[in-house]
Design a protein around this ligand. Structure first.
Ligand code: NAD
Ligand code: AKB
Length: 317
């Protein structure tokens, strides 16, 4: 029986993953946690066990693991790319020292650990198109540095200590329930809100900038399917490339115009986030994930846009 602890559970992924995992494993077997409470998450907090845990505090972390007899930690607590460039010290502290605490707790208590990496683990010298599973990784953002180093640390804990570490390199994730937490791909979420509210959006990412993206239901499947995957098939374990689509702001706007023909896309490029986006791949090769644990996303750009607009329309009403 899985007993799961999710850190950073009130963020963009965690707020949806908690509900999905509670459906699958039972509410009492999925402990949600965050370093602080956040408004708008009352339903999640009341639907099962919830703890205040800062992953930079190993004592509280391990006490919660003992208290709830946890055997699987899903570590989602992190600082994302744009905020990471504003406060690189905090980004390193949470993404690296926090991850170290999670891995040490898991080593001492024999837990599985799932922790996501990102397309940010690649950098300007990485091959940009169909980026291979194994390739040059010289990221030039603090977020990217922590993601590349985190991948290596997770590999190390598996090889050295036998901790069952698993992870994927997520692209930009698009969802309607919880707003993204301060990344470079956030434009691809905000655009839907503004399309419905104002019929226009001003993009901080330049026309012609391609990045990999994925709709949240596929991201949740990726996490759960990899956690449940047969370990004997996993050659990489951590940092699997996964993707569902690659587009630039114009392609995204065109997909919205199929439903809101008068939608207008304007640009006011943010040099910091543009530079980050320019250092990331245009598109990933996710064949290793497809071969080793049957990764197969369901949503493409058009089906995602249709669902996003339908669900957001109800939410914003
Ligand atoms: P998010 O910013 O939306 O949520 C992170 C949560 O962690 C927040 O609720 C925050 O309060 C909490 N947190 C921050 N510091 C903490 C600490 N010290 N202890 C405990 N909680 C803390 O992030 P997300 O989008 O849900 O991302 C989760 C993971 O997935 C991260 O590792 C991120 O790098 C990775 N990822 C996300 C995306 C994406 O597009 N959302 C893409 C690639 C990778
Ligand atoms: C970000 O833009 O920082 C995240 C990511 C791709 O890791 N969405």
């Amino acid at each position: 029986m899985r007993k799961i602890l999710i850190t950073g559970a009130l963020g963009q992924i965690g707020s949806e993953l908690t509900a999905e995992m509670r459906k699958i494993y039972g509410s009492s077997n999925v402990v949600a946690s965050n370093r602080s409470m956040k408004k708008g998450h009352e339903e999640l907090i009341e639907s099962g066990p919830f703890e205040i845990i800062d992953i930079n505090d190993p004592v509280t972390l391990s006490a919660a693991v003992d208290k709830h007899k946890i055997n699987t930690i899903v570590n989602l607590a992190a600082i994302l790319s744009a905020i990471g460039e504003k406060d690189p010290q905090q980004c390193w502290n949470i993404n690296m020292n926090g991850l170290y605490n999670v891995l040490e707790t898991a080593r001492e208590r024999n837990c599985m650990v799932f922790t996501p990496s990102s397309i940010a683990a690649f950098g300007p010298s990485t091959p940009k198109d169909n980026t291979p599973q194994e390739t040059i990784q010289r990221p030039n953002t603090m977020y990217g540095v922590t993601k590349a180093a985190g991948e290596l640390l997770c590999d190390y804990y598996y090889k050295k200590f036998g901790v069952d570490t698993r992870g994927v390199r997520f692209p930009g994730l698009i969802s309607y329930k919880t707003l993204p937490g301060g990344g470079t791909t956030d434009y691809a979420v905000h655009i839907y809100y503004d399309a419905l509210k104002n019929k226009k959006y001003t993009s901080f990412i330049r026309k012609g900038t391609y990045m990999d993206m994925m709709y949240m239901p596929d991201a949740l499947s990726a996490i759960i399917d990899l956690i449940e995957a047969n370990p004997q098939r996993l050659m990489h374990r951590n940092a699997y490339n996964v993707t569902a689509m690659s587009f630039d702001p114009e392609m995204l706007a065109d997909s919205i115009r199929k439903f809101i023909p008068e939608f207008e896309l304007l640009y006011d490029v943010d040099p910091i986030r543009q530079e980050i986006a320019d250092s990331w791949p245009n598109s990933l090769d996710d064949s290793a994930a497809r071969e080793q644990w049957d990764w197969n996303p369901k949503y493409d750009l058009q089906s995602m846009t249709k669902d996003m607009l339908e669900k957001l329309r109800v939410k914003l009403d």
